[in-house]
Design a protein around this ligand. Structure first.
Ligand code: COA
Length: 254
């Protein structure tokens, strides 16, 4: 079975992370499939809404750490950056259904979704600093805009998880429900949107994002250049090695 499932029905494209044994961590091949699925939904006039979802126990553990070690993204056209530009620029409504941990890009992609529904087991975290990295997906811009500076600093400097209720309070999440209800809720909202006039949805989303779209892409590029450089530096190598060896990283000399 593929690590990314794509199902299109009644104007709704549902994209499912399907690598549960590895906590839905995302490989380069998966980013490629995700970017292609978004591009196909963007181009197909029949598709009006996209839903991103994981499993009831895990949304995504973020970037595959083995890939970070052995096949890091090398340039702006790497699959991960194609995916990030794809969600940031997606013109139609994007909905996320999030249960369980949403780590790294598992959380930062949500800042590009229009509606986010979460299970009460959802835990959001952006532990880039803990991995010797910097934020990506324009999260260094979007997180302080949404959470305010101090809560953003807590989330991005400490990298500690925050739970569904906290995400609801700051506006990252629209509604929190039991995990078994999240998928149905997201699909019901998607069907409502799919019944609306597409041109109006697209124009409204464009107006909502007006003023921030260029800034988001510029920040994404800026973060991406630093991120790619830091992937090869000693702190990140120590963090990735520690994860693989199931030990605490030692940054004392770095
Ligand atoms: N990349 C690659 N493999 C990952 C992974 C990742 N980001 N996250 C989890 N896995 C793998 C583990 O190596 C393990 O594989 P194994 O069974 O072959 O040993 C499997 O998924 C289960 O993970 P485990 O850590 O045992 O699950 P858990 O329920 O105890 O914890 C998480 C779940 C998500 C909290 C934890 O896996 C985690 O913190 N992952 C890393 C998150 C991260 O730092 N991501 C990068 C963000 S930029």
């Amino acid at each position: 079975m593929s690590d990314v499932l794509i199902h299109a029905e009644a104007g709704v494209t549902t994209i499912t992370f399907n690598r549960v044994d590895k906590k839905n961590s995302i490989t380069g091949a998966m980013y490629g499939a995700l970017a292609d699925a978004l591009a196909a939904a963007e181009a197909d006039p029949v598709q009006r809404v996209v839903v991103l979802q994981g499993h009831e126990t895990i949304f995504s553990a973020g970037n595959d750490i083995g890939d970070f070690l052995n096949a890091p993204p090398s340039g702006e056209d790497s699959p991960v950056f194609r995916f990030l530009r794809g969600i940031a620029g997606f013109s139609k409504p994007l909905i996320a259904a999030v249960c369980g941990p949403a780590v790294g890009v598992g959380t930062t992609m949500l800042f590009h979704c229009d509606l986010v529904y979460a299970g009460d087991n959802a835990a959001f975290s952006m532990p880039f600093v803990n991995l010797g990295l910097v934020p990506e997906a324009a999260s260094s811009l979007l997180v302080p805009q949404m959470l305010g500076y101090h809560r953003a600093a807590e989330a991005l400097l400490l990298g500690e998880p925050f739970m569904a209720e906290a995400a609801l309070e700051v506006g990252l999440v629209n509604r929190v429900v039991p995990p078994s209800e999240v998928t149905n809720l997201a699909q019901a909202q998607a069907r409502k949107l799919a019944a609306k006039p597409l041109a109006s949805l697209v124009a409204t989303k464009k107006l909502l994002k007006k003023g921030s779209a260029d800034q988001v892409l510029a920040r994404m590029d800026e973060e991406g250049a630093i991120f790619r450089r830091m992937l090869a530096e000693p702190a990140a190598r120590e963090a990735f090695g520690a994860f693989m060896e199931r030990r605490k990283p030692d940054f004392s000399k770095l």
